[in-house]
Structure formats: structure tokens, C-alpha cells
Design a protein. Structure first.
Length: 334
């Protein structure tokens, strides 16, 4: 058999096996990308310069509403207080306020950090092209008529320079330019129209807001973990039944019942089945008990005669989850 075909067939087989395997949903809380933001939770948001899309208001509102497990993560200093200080101190607010002025204002209003920005103009460009179409030349469609229709492509873009300054340190916690764009197309035979530049700009501003908030805050990540469904030993009929029933209960999210059957399977195999230990680890991981999950994964690893991909991946993943949880807890405690 041709080597390329053999490799393709093998890859397809692995994909089909993994794709059909039973999986468990896991929801893990992960730390904010910008760790220092956790130490500056009392925040003021300035009015951004050239802000025709209301980006500063969107960011301020999302920061104020952001919660982790129903607890507010940030305290937002009133923008009116910020404006009042600027007027009293006669400081020029150009959107990206100078760092020295930011520190001065932040100390006066009691903020730990100030977010400022400059919004670029909304860009929009249209280009035209043609697409081929066909229709029946007669009622029986024995022949076709081919023709072209005129189409338009519209690309709308928005950029924003954002900066977050630490008041106590007097330096920049985060600074970057975020760019977003969307592409739309419309042909003369379409029923829908192209959206306006203003409408798309609001969506792009929302996208920039979400990306910015995501960098500053802890967040949940959802992923799936594969279960092992085939016996790793010469199971008896009773042992096979224990594995099958445990998998059925896991599918129904009845982890307590599944655990009982897996423990029975471990006992009946004299603790020699890595499948049972691994599946117990998956349950504990889904429940958020990462230390216990690691213990079960390590037990499974110790029983492997040959490498098992799922177990190798699980050991790496659980160490990462434990480390990220520690970082997240530290961020929440600040």
C-alpha cells in the first residue's frame, strides 16, 4: 500500500475512534492574562479621544458588571469625579492622558488604575466583482443558461489604542492597539442588504471591549475530556458490566454512582486496571477536585505497560490546571 495512503488511513481511523469516544465536559476557571490587573481592582475609565463608537462607555460598563461566582471583581470610580478633577487641575484630557497626570488624578480620586484610550476612525471600503449563476433554459431543465451577477464586498474596520496605568507604580500595566474588521458581501440577486458602517462599527467596538476585558479578568474555559471505554485487562463478564454501567452513569452526569462502580472494578481487579483509575480521574477533574484527579491519573500511569495517549495528556493537563487555579485564587484574593 502507498505510504501516503497508509498514513492517511491511519490518521482517519484514529480520528474516528477519538471522535466517537465518550467525553466529559469540564469547566475550569483560569487566571487573567494580565496578572498585575488583579492588584488594581479600583479603576477609573477616562473618556477616550475620537470615541465616536462609545468604546470607553462599553469598557466601563462591562468592568462594572463583571462578576466571578456572583461577586463583583472591580470597583469603578465615577467618571464624573474624574472629569471634575481634570477641570479643577486644568489637565488636558486627550484620551491617552500623560502618565504623570494619570498618577496625579488617580491619587486624587482614589483609583488604583486608570484606563485611557484613543479610538481610530471607522474605515469602510467597497469593491465589486461578478459571480456566475445558472438557470434552466426550459421546463425540463435539459439545458442551462449561464449568466453573471454584480456583487459588492464591504470591509469595515476599527482600531483603538488602549492603556492601563498603575497609579501606585506610575507605570503601564497594559498598552496595545487592538484592530478588528468584518467583511460582508452582497449580490444583486440577494434578498439581504449590506449593513451600514455605523452598525458594524458598534459590533467591532463590542469585540474590542470583550477582548480587553478578557485580558484583565479570570475566566472560565470549557473543554471535553475523553473517557477510556475498552478493558485494559482480561475482564470477566461482571467486570465488563461494571465498566459499562459506570460509563452510562457518567454520561448522565451521575458521578457519585459512577464512582461506586469504578471502585468496585478497581477492587475486583486487585487495583490493576488503569482504565478504572483514569476514568475516576476524569470524574474528579470534572468536579474540580484537581489534586484527587492527579492521584488517580498517576495511579493509572503507574499501571501502564505501554504509553496511553489519554493518560499522558491528562497528567500534563492536570498539572497545568492546578498551577492556573493557584494563580487565579491569588488574583481573586487581592
Amino acid at each position: 500500500m502507498n505510504k501516503t495512503i497508509l498514513l492517511f488511513t491511519t490518521a482517519l481511523f484514529i480520528f474516528l475512534i477519538v471522535g466517537c469516544a465518550q467525553k466529559v465536559n469540564v469547566r475550569a476557571l483560569e487566571p487573567a492574562e494580565i496578572d498585575r490587573a488583579a492588584a488594581t481592582k479600583k479603576i477609573a475609565v477616562t473618556s477616550f479621544s475620537n470615541d465616536r463608537v462609545g468604546l470607553s462607555g462599553k469598557i466601563e460598563a462591562k468592568l462594572a458588571r463583571f462578576k466571578i461566582d456572583n461577586k463583583s471583581y472591580f470597583t469603578i470610580v465615577s467618571r464624573n469625579d474624574f472629569k471634575k478633577i481634570i477641570e479643577e487641575q486644568k489637565i488636558q484630557n486627550s484620551g491617552l492622558v500623560e502618565q504623570e497626570a494619570v498618577v496625579e488624578i488617580g491619587n486624587l480620586i482614589g483609583a488604583q488604575a486608570i484606563i485611557s484610550g484613543n479610538v481610530g476612525r471607522v474605515t469602510s471600503s467597497d469593491s465589486y466583482f461578478y459571480e456566475k449563476r445558472s438557470r434552466c433554459a426550459d421546463k425540463k431543465c435539459k439545458e442551462y443558461i449561464y449568466y453573471q451577477v454584480r456583487c459588492k464586498k464591504r470591509v469595515v474596520g476599527l482600531s483603538a489604542e488602549l492603556r492601563m496605568v498603575d497609579i501606585s507604580q506610575g507605570d503601564i500595566i497594559y498598552g496595545d492597539t487592538m484592530n478588528r474588521s468584518k467583511t460582508f458581501r452582497h449580490c444583486s440577486d440577494d434578498s439581504h442588504a449590506l449593513p451600514s458602517r455605523e452598525m458594524v462599527a458598534q459590533d467591532l467596538a463590542e469585540s474590542i471591549t470583550n477582548s480587553f476585558i478578557y485580558k484583565l479578568t479570570p475566566h472560565y474555559r470549557n473543554f471535553k475530556v475523553v473517557l477510556l471505554e475498552e478493558p485494559d485487562l482480561d475482564y470477566s463478564d461482571k467486570q465488563e458490566q461494571l465498566l459499562e454501567v459506570s460509563l452510562e452513569y457518567i454520561e448522565q452526569s451521575r458521578f457519585d454512582k459512577a464512582e461506586r462502580f469504578l471502585f468496585d472494578l478497581i477492587d475486583s481487579t486487585n487495583s490493576q486496571s488503569y482504565v478504572a483509575f483514569y476514568n475516576l480521574g476524569v470524574i474528579k477533574e470534572a468536579e474540580g477536585n484537581y489534586v484527587e484527579a492527579k492521584e488517580y491519573y498517576e495511579n493509572a500511569d503507574n499501571l501502564m505497560v505501554e504509553p496511553v495517549q489519554e493518560i499522558n495528556i491528562a497528567l500534563i493537563r492536570i498539572d497545568s490546571l492546578i498551577e492556573k487555579r493557584q494563580r487565579t485564587q491569588a488574583q481573586l484574593a487581592r
